[in-house]
Design a protein around this ligand. Structure first.
Ligand SMILES: *[C@@H]1O[C@H](CO)[C@@H](O)[C@H](O)[C@H]1NC(C)=O
Ligand SMILES: *[C@@H]1O[C@H](CO)[C@@H](O)[C@H](O)[C@H]1NC(C)=O
Ligand SMILES: *[C@@H]1O[C@H](CO)[C@@H](O)[C@H](O)[C@H]1NC(C)=O
Ligand SMILES: *[C@@H]1O[C@H](CO)[C@@H](O)[C@H](O)[C@H]1NC(C)=O
Ligand SMILES: *[C@@H]1O[C@H](CO)[C@@H](O)[C@H](O)[C@H]1NC(C)=O
Ligand SMILES: *[C@@H]1O[C@H](CO)[C@@H](O)[C@H](O)[C@H]1NC(C)=O
Ligand SMILES: *[C@@H]1O[C@H](CO)[C@@H](O)[C@H](O)[C@H]1NC(C)=O
Ligand SMILES: *[C@@H]1O[C@H](CO)[C@@H](O)[C@H](O)[C@H]1NC(C)=O
Ligand SMILES: *[C@@H]1O[C@H](CO)[C@@H](O)[C@H](O)[C@H]1NC(C)=O
Ligand SMILES: *[C@@H]1O[C@H](CO)[C@@H](O)[C@H](O)[C@H]1NC(C)=O
Ligand SMILES: *[C@@H]1O[C@H](CO)[C@@H](O)[C@H](O)[C@H]1NC(C)=O
Ligand SMILES: [Cu+2]
Length: 555
């Protein structure tokens, strides 16, 4: 009987145009491809030869099967950023955390079911700096027959923002690691793969978004950049934000959005002009003295019927240090918290954790810059050391010696976190924080001023969390917790810890496995701003990590 059902499902799935399947098959061939963007003809690593990569479409409750075949010289893994992966940590993707890499010539089938989520996410490589070019959109449509909680748009458009380097990004980070100092910033930003006519040499006009007067469009905006938060705006048009990180929010109308690497934003835009061309701009946000790529990527909103020689209506992007514009956007976000989509904020907290996030300086006799030292990064003063066996395997098979469970729940020393301590050195180790199944966590992420205060977009795998509080300076548990929003805080998977400040998040540890948490600025991840939570199995029938698939790559 069961095999008949599967046979019928297969038959039906051969005609996906006729009927939608609840199983979505994708094949990702990881291949080198030459490009001509921004004067460079260097080959880049891509999925199926595309930059950005293919958009993956699925519906809530669908089972997604992606066969990834590695045809390049690098080890590869793919992460489905924001997909909860309930009990399927084997398909999460971060190298040496949940799986060993897919080595050259090998393949692996990612197999996961999308449960309780709908909206826009992204997928990207989760090893080395390959995600610079190996990334794409992940669109989760609501269940069949379930409408959006906002007016149905005329069309939907995926807008992927990214960074572009003329050099090979592996060379960029390797050079930096040898020297011990910061890597080069990118040479341009891109909108759907195109920088627009930036000063260097590109002759391309950039991405064009065709619109019809009077219609409303849903933009699914994704920041796939490695190291930079971006502002996004469109000349003469307002954006109505309806969802972030695949969670609905109360609609809010703004002219500029802020989007950190790993974050996604769905915005409605109504083409309320008669005709014309309007500039779309993506520019960096950086409010500390840290070098960024300061070029603005541009695209064009093009009304149908507009003459080719019509001049484009311009807009000036916010200055890169526009903290006020960034804060306005962040403060405007609230969970929809409707009857259908309630905000299930944990009200009782089992674990109160306080993690400092920031940089440090350690000795490095072989480093060529900085007087025999190198820049590192840490959480609670622990610079994470990558294991050579994946943590999830070590956990599942009870292998000793790979990690320890003594990750500190509080900073080891109390100091003025947003100031500068005298000792900039960090500790190191492969430490995880252990949580029992279904326990609740309140985590305050505190930026430090070590070297310089800086905004860190921190991403948690395996869970969504609620952003219940945010402030500047050192977090004060007595005073600040009184102002937490426990009613309708925004629900996300990636959140910016403000420069010289803190954010408080809450989540329920209802997903057994090993879950990575790290800064989504790739340079900080490389330097060690990462750790993992180990969530134990529950006692119930559906509360354990599933067994590993037979094709799981080996180290
Ligand atoms: C995907 O994983 C599920 C278990 O979660 C399993 O039942 C199913 O057979 C797997 N599918 C494939 C094609 O391996
Ligand atoms: C870094 O940038 C400098 C100056 O633009 C350039 O000369 C150098 O080749 C770049 N390094 C790498 C590894 O790309
Ligand atoms: C952008 O950065 C470059 C290199 O650091 C600098 O020369 C230039 O003045 C900057 N441009 C703007 C508009 O800030
Ligand atoms: C932003 O930078 C500009 C130019 O460097 C400076 O004049 C301005 O005071 C800065 N604004 C803020 C709010 O720091
Ligand atoms: C190296 O140390 C010397 C002496 O302490 C100092 O003058 C110099 O600025 C340092 N250089 C760097 C790159 O830190
Ligand atoms: C902590 O350091 C910051 C930055 O130097 C400073 O503004 C603040 O006054 C210090 N706070 C305390 C309590 O010393
Ligand atoms: C971090 O750890 C190092 C090495 O143990 C120690 O020297 C330093 O004081 C610690 N720093 C902080 C801020 O805890
Ligand atoms: C970890 O710290 C120890 C002691 O400071 C040091 O010898 C070792 O090289 C560090 N390991 C890494 C990978 O940074
Ligand atoms: C988790 O705990 C909450 C609150 O105690 C409870 O309502 C819920 O049923 C539990 N969930 C599971 C899957 O055990
Ligand atoms: C466990 O999951 C299976 C398959 O999804 C479902 O049929 C069953 O009702 C679940 N059992 C419990 C106790 O939730
Ligand atoms: C690829 O991964 C395997 C397994 O972890 C490792 O042994 C090998 O050194 C890696 N290859 C490269 C080029 O890093
Ligand atoms: Cu960071």
């Amino acid at each position: 009987m069961d095999s008949w059902v599967r046979f019928l499902a297969l038959l039906v799935c051969l005609f996906p145009a006729l009927i939608e399947c609840s199983v979505r098959h994708y094949k990702f061939d990881v291949v080198m491809r030459k490009t001509t963007r921004l004067c460079s003809t260097k080959p880049i690593v891509t999925v199926n030869g595309q930059f950005p990569g293919p958009t993956l479409y699925a519906r809530e409750d669908d089972n997604v099967l992606v066969k990834v075949v590695n045809h390049v010289k690098y080890n590869v893994t793919i992460h489905w950023h924001g997909v909860r992966q309930i009990r399927t940590g084997w398909s999460d993707g971060p190298a040496y955390i949940t799986q060993c890499p897919i080595q050259p010539g090998q393949s692996y089938v990612y197999n996961f079911t999308i449960t309780g989520q709908r909206g826009t996410l992204l997928w990207h490589a989760h090893i080395l700096w390959l995600r610079a070019t190996v990334h794409g959109g992940l669109v989760i449509l609501p269940k069949r027959g379930v409408p959006y909680p906002f007016p149905k748009p005329h069309k939907e458009v995926v807008v992927v923002l990214a960074e572009w380097w003329k050099s090979d990004t592996e060379a960029v980070i390797n050079k930096a690691l040898q020297s011990g100092s910061a890597p080069n910033v990118s040479d341009a930003h891109t909108i759907n793969g195109h920088p627009g006519p930036v000063s260097h040499c590109s002759t391309q006009d950039g991405f064009t978004l065709p619109v019809q007067s009077g219609k409303t469009y849903l933009l699914r905006i994704i920041n796939a950049a490695l190291n930079e938060e971006l502002f996004f705006k469109i000349a003469g048009h307002q954006l109505t934000i309806v969802e972030v990180d695949a969670s609905y929010v109360k609609p809010v109308k703004l002219d500029t959005i802020l989007i950190a690497p790993g974050q996604t934003t769905n915005a409605l835009i109504t083409a309320d002009k008669n005709s014309g061309k309007y500039l779309v701009a993506a520019s960096p946000f950086m409010d500390s003295p840290i070098a960024v790529d300061n070029l603005t990527a541009t695209a064009t909103l093009h009304y149908s019927g507009t003459l080719a020689n019509t001049p484009t209506t311009l807009t000036s992007p916010p200055p890169q240090n526009a903290t006020a514009v960034a804060n306005k956007f962040i403060k405007s976000l609230r969970s929809l918290n409707s009857k259908t989509y309630p905000a299930q904020v944990p009200l009782k907290v089992d674990h109160k954790l306080y993690f400092t996030v920031g940089l440090g300086i350690n000795p490095c006799p072989t480093c060529t810059a900085g007087n025999g030292s190198r820049v590192v990064a840490s959480i609670n003063n622990v610079t994470f050391v990558m294991p050579t066996t994946a943590l999830l395997q070590a956990h599942y098979f009870n292998m000793g010696g790979v990690f320890t469970t003594d990750f500190p729940g509080n900073p080891p020393h109390v100091f003025n976190y947003t100031g500068t301590p005298s000792n900039l050195q960090t500790n190191n180790g492969t430490k995880v924080f252990r949580l029992s199944y279904n326990s609740t966590v309140e985590l305050v992420l505190q930026d430090t001023g070590i070297i310089a205060p800086e905004n860190h977009p921190v991403h948690l795998h395996g869970f969504n969390f609620f952003a219940v509080g945010r402030g500047l300076g050192n977090y004060n548990p007595k005073k600040d917790s009184k102002h937490f929003n426990l009613i309708d805080p925004v629900e996300r998977n990636t959140i910016g810890v403000p420069s010289g400040g803190w954010v408080a998040i809450r989540f329920r540890a209802d997903n057994p496995g090993v879950w990575f948490m790290h800064c989504h600025l790739e340079v900080h991840t490389t330097w060690g701003l990462k750790m993992a939570f180990l969530v134990d199995n529950g006692k119930g029938p559906n509360q354990s990590l599933l067994p590993p698939p037979s094709d799981l790559p080996k180290c």
